[in-house]
Design a protein around this ligand. Sequence first.
Ligand SMILES: [Zn+2]
Length: 349
Amino acid sequence: MKKVYKREFQRNDKRNLLLFGYNEHLEKASLELEITPTSNPHMRWNPSRHEWVTYSSTRKVRTSFPPKEYCPLCPGAELNFPTEIPFKNFEVAIFPNRWASFNTNDILVSIEGLDVKPSNGECEVVVYSSNHLDTIAQMPIERIELLFNAWSDRYLQLLKRDDINYVMPFENRGEECGVTLHHPHGQIYAFPFVPPVIQKEVEAFNKENFILKLMKDLENKYFVYQDENVIAAVPPFARYAYEIWIIPKRQIAGPWQFTEGEYHSFSIALQKVVKGYDSFLGRTCPYIMGLHAAPKLNDKNFHFHIEFNPPLRHDDKPKVLAGSESMAGVFIMDVLPEETALDLRKHIS
Ligand SMILES: [Zn+2]
């Protein structure tokens, strides 16, 4: 793999904008955005569900649907107004979210009768490309490899911190999934605790590696794409009609343990899945995509995987988490995973 350069550019608010690239980034910065007053989010314990809920009341003022010419993720130096990235060129850029639900302010609010904690942690924005109209479906494979490299860097750096116990890169795609900026980007949430969905997975993998146990079935029946290193499959226990997991064929804790071959295979698989979704639906497929890695860098049981949850029913109508799903946590499916695997495979393999 080509050498990856990482530049740490200190912004006017003293926080770092990270620039990852195959070319060394030496450009001088142009005008920066004004310093944003930071939010002071807090968490409250929900005793009914045994879960933390985060409250960040300044989030409602965040930038929403700017016209193309005001995209805050486009390279700022070419425009006559500042953006998040004050340069002419960049490859992959990562910076702290100005409206973070988790941050380092460590401000303790106390509310009588409630179990409250500061929402410590970090929220970062990951910009995949300087090109406003790019998506993972069109990018060169090398760029997606660079993105995986950048994700690995964030896992390695953020998991070192005492106030962070879990790191999750994710992407919401499409207005159906609440996306307010169309420039290709994802986010990274670094949580102060292991989130409940991941805690369940940790417990499952500590008991047995259910992925390796299912591997033969995935390879023969549920796959939508595979090569020698990775498999993309509709899990036999899917909760969404077009749910797909991309899974390494060997147990690894997270992308920071990828071999060069796995970086390449994962990048191809990620692009094939996104392209396949778009081709299958005949439009830009909305999805929520998240990387599920181990909470600890040296975990020996957790089996890394990427999950895609397109919020759709079998017939391309929106899947609303309604009565049974929302109120009881029981998903109702109108199609079998082995059937959708066959349909999606035609568009992906
Ligand atoms: Zn843009």
